[in-house]
Design a protein around this ligand. Structure first.
Ligand code: UDX
Length: 436
C-alpha cells in the first residue's frame, strides 16, 4: 500500500521504517528539516536496536523516503499521524496542538477514499472531534484511531509483531477502515495477532488505560517495597510469590527506582487531567497516588545514599551506573536515574554518571552533570555506587573486581538485579529496594 507517516520522531521513524520493511511504499513527513535529512541518510536521532538496519534497507530499496513537504503525502492511501502529544506544564494534560496542526496540513492533500489513522496517544474525545472536522472539510476521506503499544528498546519487534491490534473506527463506515488497516498489517493478521475493532473513544482509552495499569502495577510493588523495608521482608520474593497467581502475573512487578520515560509518567498525568475535564475528579485520583509513590522512590534512594554516606553527601564521590529511564535506550526523559544523580549533585556529592548510550542526552539537559565515558572511570575511588538503570553490563558486574576500583565497598542496587549474598561476601555493604 502507499502510506504516509506524518511526524518522524521516535514513534513515526520506527513506524515508517517498519511499514516499509513490510513491503509498503512509505513517505515519512516532518516539519523538522534536520530530522528528515538525518533519517534520509539512515541516521535516526535516537538509539533503538534494529532500527538503523531496517531504515537502511528500506531507504536503499526505494520503499521509504522522507520529506518536509506534506504535499508528498498526497498519493498515499493511508496516512498515519504519529506526532507527539507532550505534557502541558500547568495542568499535566496532553497537548494535542501537533495533532491538530498535522491534521490541518494534511486535509488539502487527501485523495478520494484516503484514510487518516491516528497513532498518537491523545485525550479521549480527540478522534471524534477530528472526525467532525473531516466530515465538514474533506468528506471524501475517513478516519481511524490505531494506538501504538511499542516499548523503547523493542520498538521494531513490537511494531512488526504487535501483541494486539486495536482499530477505533467510525460507526457505519461499512468496514472500510478496518479492511484498509488489515491490508497494512496483513503479516501480523495472518500470524494470528488478536485484533479488536471498536469505536474511537474505546481505542483512545485502551492506550492510556494500559499505561495507567502498568504504572499502577509498578507503584504497587514499590509501595510493597516500602513496607518490606520497614518490616524486614523481601519484596523480590513477595513479587515472585504473588506473581505465580496468573491473575496477577510476575511482569512489571520489579521494585526499584520507579518508572520514567516518555510515556508512563506523561500518560497518567494526562489521563487524570482528562478525567477532571470530564467532571470525574475522584475517578482517577488514585493515579495521582501512583505518580506520587513513583516519585517517592527517587527520594528514597537519595535519602538512602545520604544515610549510607554517614549523613552527608558533601564532597563524596558517588558513581551512578545508568542514566536512561531503562536499558537499551538513550532516552532520559523523566528518568529516575537522572533525577537521583542530579539531586545528589545538588547535595554536594561529586557525582559521576556513566551510561552506554544516554550521556549525551543527559548532558544536554544538565550540562554540569559529572560524567565518565566508562564504568571503570565512574567507579574509580567512589565512596558509593548506585546501580540506577539495569543495563546488562551493570547486572553482570563482578563484586570482587568492582571492589578493587572503588574507594569504599558500598552499593545501592536501585533495580534489585544483583545477588546480595555475592556482594556481601566480597565485603560490600549492599542495599536493595525492599530487600533485607
Ligand atoms: C511503555 C509501555 O510499556 C508501552 O506499551 C507504551 O507503548 C509506551 O510506554 P516504555 O516507556 O518504552 O513503554 O517502557 P517500559 O518498558 O514499559 O518501562 C517503563 C518504565 O517502568 C521504565 O522506567 C522501567 O524501568 C520501569 N519498570 C518497568 C519498573 O520500574 N519495574 C518494572 O517491573 C517494569
Amino acid at each position: 500500500m502507499r502510506i504516509s507517516v506524518i511526524g518522524c520522531g521516535y514513534l513515526g521513524a520506527v513506524h515508517a521504517s517498519a511499514m516499509a520493511e513490510l513491503g509498503h511504499d512509505v513517505v515519512g513527513i516532518d516539519v523538522d528539516e534536520r530530522k528528515i535529512k538525518a533519517l534520509a541518510a539512515g541516521r535516526p536521532a535516537f538509539y533503538e536496536p534494529g532500527l538503523p538496519e531496517i531504515l537502511a534497507s528500506a531507504t536503499a530499496s526505494g520503499r521509504l523516503r522522507f520529506s518536509t513537504d506534506i504535499a508528498e503525502a498526497a498519493e498515499a492511501e493511508v496516512h498515519f499521524l504519529a506526532v507527539g502529544t507532550p505534557q502541558t506544564a500547568d495542568t499535566g494534560a496532553a497537548d494535542v496542538s501537533y495533532v491538530d496542526s498535522a491534521f490541518s496540513a494534511l486535509l488539502p492533500h487527501l485523495a478520494e477514499g484516503a484514510l487518516i489513522v491516528g497513532k498518537s496517544t491523545v485525550p479521549v474525545g480527540t478522534a471524534a472531534r477530528l472526525a467532525a472536522r473531516l466530515a465538514a472539510e474533506a468528506p471524501h476521506a475517513g478516519l481511524a484511531w490505531n494506538p501504538e503499544f511499542l516499548r523503547e528498546g523493542f520498538a521494531v519487534k513490537d511494531t512488526l509483531s504487535p501483541d494486539r491490534l486495536v482499530y477505533g473506527v467510525a460507526q457505519g463506515d461499512g468496514g472500510r477502515a478496518a479492511s484498509a488497516l488489515d491490508h497494512v498489517y496483513r503479516a501480523a493478521i495472518e500470524a494470528g495477532t488478536p485484533r479488536i475493532v471498536t469505536d474511537y473513544a474505546t481505542a483512545e482509552l485502551v492506550k492510556v488505560a494500559a499505561n495507567a495499569f502498568l504504572a499502577t502495577k509498578i507503584s504497587f510493588i514499590n509501595a510493597m517495597s516500602e513496607i518490606a523495608d520497614a518490616t524486614g521482608a523481601d519484596v523480590t520474593a513477595l513479587a515472585d510469590a504473588i506473581g505465580h497467581d496468573a491473575r496477577i502475573g510476575r511482569r512489571f512487578l520489579n521494585a526499584g527506582v520507579g518508572f520514567g520515560g516518555g510515556c508512563l509518567p506523561k500518560d497518567i498525568r494526562g489521563f487524570i487531567a482528562r478525567a477532571e475535564e470530564l467532571g470525574l475528579n475522584d475517578t482517577l485520583a488514585f493515579l495521582g497516588e501512583v505518580d506520587e509513590t513513583n516519585l517517592r522512590q527517587r527520594r528514597r534512594v537519595v535519602d538512602l545514599a545520604v544515610q549510607d554516606l554517614g549523613g552527608s553527601a558533601a564532597g563524596k564521590k558517588v558513581a551512578v551506573l545508568g542514566v536512561t529511564f531503562k536499558p537499551d535506550s538513550d532516552d532520559v526523559r523523566d528518568s529516575p536515574a537522572l533525577d537521583i544523580a542530579v539531586s545528589l549533585q545538588e547535595l554536594g556529592a561529586r557525582v559521576v554518571v556513566t551510561d552506554p548510550e544516554g550521556l549525551e542526552n543527559a548532558l544536554a539537559r544538565h550540562p554540569d552533570l559529572g560524567t565518565a565515558p566508562t564504568t571503570r572511570e565512574a567507579l574509580f575511588g567512589a565512596h558509593l555506587v548506585i546501580l540506577a538503570t539495569e543495563w546488562n553490563e551493570y547486572r553482570t558486574l563482578d563484586p570482587e573486581t568492582t571492589g578493587r576500583l572503588v574507594g569504599e565497598r558500598r552499593i545501592i542496587d536501585g533495580r534489585n538485579v544483583l545477588e546480595p549474598a555475592a556482594w556481601r561476601a566480597a565485603g560490600w555493604r549492599y542495599r536493595g529496594i525492599g530487600r533485607p
